[in-house]
Design a protein around this ligand. Structure first.
Ligand SMILES: [Zn+2]
Length: 175
């Protein structure tokens, strides 16, 4: 560390100790040239994770914002808040684990949807339709159609379908 008094490039560390409940280290230093002493602090740098939006603007990663979107999509669906919080935490873990300073908002959206889908399909469709509103309207229409078809198939296999309607009132003029 450069001496702030004479500008000499190096300094000796006389003493190091943790401060601020261990979140920083305070070092007492001495310049070997002018022999003056000064103090430095070392702190962990929490690199701000920036989200690159579709229009190219950047904003800090905000888990509250993602959670807000999820709560909106949840509506009255029986999904515990903890499950949504865990989902957001998991997505944050994944994007931070990439070790890059920036993440595209579309990747966050995909990660959220992937997880929400296995949690609750209705909330998933709501979130996806909101999320993809401007970018990918066709795929969400397809997705809704796919889910509806799946629901209809499930409904059919659950229900007994009467093959013929009961002849209640044969003379009503329908024929
Ligand atoms: Zn000095």
């Amino acid at each position: 560390m450069r001496c702030p008094y004479c500008g000499y490039e190096d300094s000796r560390v006389l003493d190091s100790r943790p401060v601020e409940e261990g979140s920083a280290i305070r070092r007492r230093r001495e310049c070997p040239r002018c022999e003056r002493r000064f103090t430095t602090y070392e702190r962990v740098e929490v690199a701000p994770l920036m989200v690159v939006k579709r229009d190219g603007r950047r904003e800090p990663f905000d888990r509250g914002k993602i959670l807000g979107g999820l709560l909106k999509a949840r509506g009255k669906r029986p999904i515990p808040l903890e499950a949504l919080e865990a989902l957001v935490a998991d997505v944050e873990r994944v994007v931070r684990h990439r070790g890059e300073a920036e993440v595209r908002s579309s990747l966050i959206g995909e990660l959220v949807m992937e997880r929400l889908r296995s949690l609750d399909e209705v909330a998933y469709v709501r979130f996806a339709s909101e999320y993809r509103r401007f970018s990918d309207a066709d795929s969400i229409v397809e997705e809704v159609a796919r889910l509806r078809a799946q629901k209809a198939r499930e409904e059919l296999s659950r229900r007994q379908i009467p093959l013929l309607p009961a002849p209640e009132n044969p003379g009503n003029g329908r024929y």
